[in-house]
Design a protein around this ligand. Structure first.
Ligand SMILES: [Zn+2]
Length: 410
């Protein structure tokens, strides 16, 4: 075995590549491996695969590799350019790194494993690289995984917006409700965003005519987008968004009433907004006491509980009938914010009652949202929407970007 054969084996190098020098510098905590190809070696053309192309010239390049214990390890090699009779001068693809990267595939595999578990900034600190370099790796593998998606089976879509950079801008997340994962993320929350999704779907094996159910909020932009660009879809307005509107109505009642009833209503906001099952025993007693009082807020709260029952009824016709009676009751009362909410239900009637046929909700996206918010908190300094979008794909896309690296050499 040659002098550096063990290193060659450890790196998984194959003919004509070999390790020709190993320099170890303990003071700089650095290990340098020089790799070279055997003299006279020929390579296939990277374009057409034609074997036996002659080397034209070489260019030296260095790649960061996995640490060797506490020492940073680097590979340096002369990368040959070959002459193909058809494609002329082309640079050969080396087996340990992808084109134009300063890291070996194994190093990138480590980075991709780490960014799934910790913030990019922390990963950058751990491996001792600037975080822009780590982001570059993340973007490469996320982009590849996003592009490789097969959406031919997609039939039910959920769409939702999430804010980035403290509400200054928005991104839209489109999910496959059956696979329970985000498939497309884009800047904006307008009609064009839905159009972009339908194009993405079609260029990834899907068919917009196959999208038969869509779950979304009641924004005019999404509505117009779905009607135009997902024409076969029945629309269900997401029950969690509807509930949010109702909660806002109750809160409006409470805030108005608190001006007269400051003593009773002080610090009660969450009592009215939390589900009864989520209250502590003490909070429960407090709520029960408040419900005995002649408060508008208490009456609005009781109406809201009755609204929740709409989703508990199995039969669609019975549920519709129930909701009509609920609206009539609200209209007979004099609680303005609830009347406005009931008007919204009537205006969006088809999409509200569609739930009893489709049973789709964006609960998945709500769940993803908390993951996304957590990721956002952990990775301060996203700087760009592009980074934010890549992070959403990572946490919500189930894409497993870079997993192919685990099987690559060296
Ligand atoms: Zn060629």
């Amino acid at each position: 075995m040659d002098e550096f054969g063990l290193f060659r084996q450890a790196l998984g190098l194959e003919e004509p590549w070999e390790v020709v020098d190993v320099q170890f510098d303990p003071s700089r905590r650095r290990l340098d491996l020089r790799i070279d190809f055997r003299k006279g070696a020929r390579f296939p053309c990277p374009e057409c695969g034609a074997a036996g192309c002659k080397v034209h010239d070489t260019e030296s390049h260095t790649w960061r590799h996995l640490n060797f214990f506490e020492h940073e390890a680097y590979l340096t090699a002369r990368v040959p350019r070959v002459i193909c009779p058809e494609h002329r001068v082309r640079q050969v693809q080396v087996p340990w790194a992808r084109e134009r990267s300063d890291f070996t595939l194994l190093f990138e595999a480590l980075v991709m494993a780490l960014v799934k578990e910790m913030p990019v900034k922390a990963v950058a600190g751990l491996v001792g690289e600037h975080d822009t370099k780590v982001w570059r790796i993340v973007h490469y593998y996320v982009d590849v995984a996003v592009e490789a998606q097969d959406l031919s089976g997609m039939g039910r879509a959920g769409m939702d917006e999430t804010s980035s950079r403290r509400g200054q801008s928005y991104v839209s997340v489109f999910a496959d409700l059956d696979e329970r994962r985000a498939v497309y993320v884009a800047e904006g929350r307008d009609q064009a965003t839905v159009q972009a999704f339908s194009c993405f779907l079609e260029t990834h094996g899907g068919d917009r005519e196959n999208i038969t159910e869509v779950c979304q909020d009641m924004s005019e932009a999404y509505l117009a987008g779905t009607l135009k660009h997902l024409p076969a879809a029945e629309i269900t307005f997401d029950r969690y968004h509807i509930k949010k509107h109702l909660n806002e109505a109750i809160d409006e009642v409470r805030r108005a009433e608190a001006k007269q009833q400051a003593g009773l209503l002080k610090n009660t906001r969450y009592l009215w907004l939390k589900r009864p099952g989520k209250l502590t025993a003490k909070q429960h007693d407090w709520l029960d006491e408040l419900l005995q009082q002649p408060l508008q807020t208490a009456r609005a709260y009781e109406q809201a509980l009755k609204f929740d029952d709409f989703y508990e009824i199995d039969d669609p016709d019975t549920a519709e009938e129930y909701l009509r009676r609920w609206i009539a009751e609200v209209n007979a009362g004099e609680i303005e914010p609830l009347i406005t909410f009931a008007q919204m239900l009537e205006e969006y009637w088809l999409g509200v009652t569609r739930w009893h046929h489709s049973r789709v909700s964006n609960g998945l996206l709500e769940g993803l949202n908390s993951l996304i918010q957590a990721a956002k908190r952990r990775a301060r300094g996203y700087r760009t929407n592009r980074n934010y979008i890549a992070m959403i794909y990572l946490v919500a896309g189930k894409l497993n970007p870079g997993h192919q690296l685990a099987h690559s050499t060296p």
